[in-house]
Design a protein around this ligand. Structure first.
Ligand code: FPP
Length: 251
């Protein structure tokens, strides 16, 4: 576990914050196993990191935070683990509605949401509705989310519009694709963080991360604190984002 003793906040340039941070929260199971506990204990402790990161992002002034909470592939995990994750979602939503209201955070969700258990779906949309007028930060939970599925849906929806003469094929451009993604109202991801040492994207926001800076850390998700987030942002601010141009063109 990487311990950060200093307060790194002073090293962050508030004028160069990423507008959209996305996080693959990984390592809950390994964190629990290291402690001789069951995997679900890791998920329970992962919710503390979620709260910490959400509050810290809002405090910093990050406008969009997207968390990969449950992938389409996660349905294949043992039934008990899936049930625990769904229960944790409901309890976290119930508990954290106050945090979202106090911090002016708007909740959003992306993914194949209809596949969620009705209790989760209801709680999710209750909180989405209660926070819809908040405007400091949009917190997006990716739930039953898979990027390939999202892209397939996009292709299908656009094809139907082409078939019905609503869109002409020559007019299809990046903005039309953006408008049909689950993330339609969100900007591209600037910084993608993955915890736990794995260096994979795992079917997360494949279109939206085209120019994102990638940040991988060995820290397991339940150990990830506000100082770890600061560290990732400091590293992001050191990177030169060229978007295909040369360094000379940028300066
Ligand atoms: C990955 O760790 C984590 C998940 C699949 C779930 C993430 C869920 C939470 C952090 C808790 C609930 C979320 C919210 C938004 C309240 P893993 O199980 O794959 O870990 P491993 O790779 O070590 O097995």
């Amino acid at each position: 576990m990487l311990e950060i003793k200093m307060d790194l906040l002073k090293d962050i340039n508030p004028n160069k914050l990423p507008k959209h941070v996305a996080i693959i929260m990984d390592g809950n199971g390994r964190w629990a196993k290291q402690k001789g506990m069951r995997r679900t204990f890791g998920h329970e402790n992962g919710t503390k990191s979620v709260k910490d990161v959400v509050e810290t992002s809002a405090e910093l002034g990050i406008e969009n935070l997207t968390l990969y909470a449950f992938s389409t592939e996660n349905w294949n995990r043992p039934k008990l683990e899936v049930q625990t994750l769904m229960k944790l979602l409901v309890s976290s939503l119930k508990k954290e509605i106050k945090t979202m209201l106090d911090n002016n955070i708007k909740l959003n969700a992306i993914g194949n949401l209809k596949t969620l258990p009705s209790k989760v779906y209801k709680e999710l949309f209750d909180v989405i509705d209660a926070t819809k007028d908040n405007n400091k930060m949009t917190l997006t939970l990716a739930l039953s989310y898979g990027s390939r599925e999202e892209l397939l849906n996009t292709v299908k929806e656009i094809s139907i519009k082409v078939k019905n003469n609503i869109i002409s094929p020559e007019k299809i451009d990046e903005s039309i694709i953006n408008e049909h993604l689950y993330t339609q109202n969100l900007p591209d991801v600037d910084l993608l963080i993955r915890t736990s040492g794995e260096k994979r994207i795992s079917n997360f926001l494949l279109w939206q991360i085209a120019y994102a800076e990638l940040y991988f850390t060995d820290t397991l998700w339940p150990d990830f604190t506000k100082q770890h987030l600061y560290k990732a942002i400091i590293e992001y601010q050191k990177r030169e984002r060229r978007f295909g141009k040369t360094s000379e063109q940028l300066s």
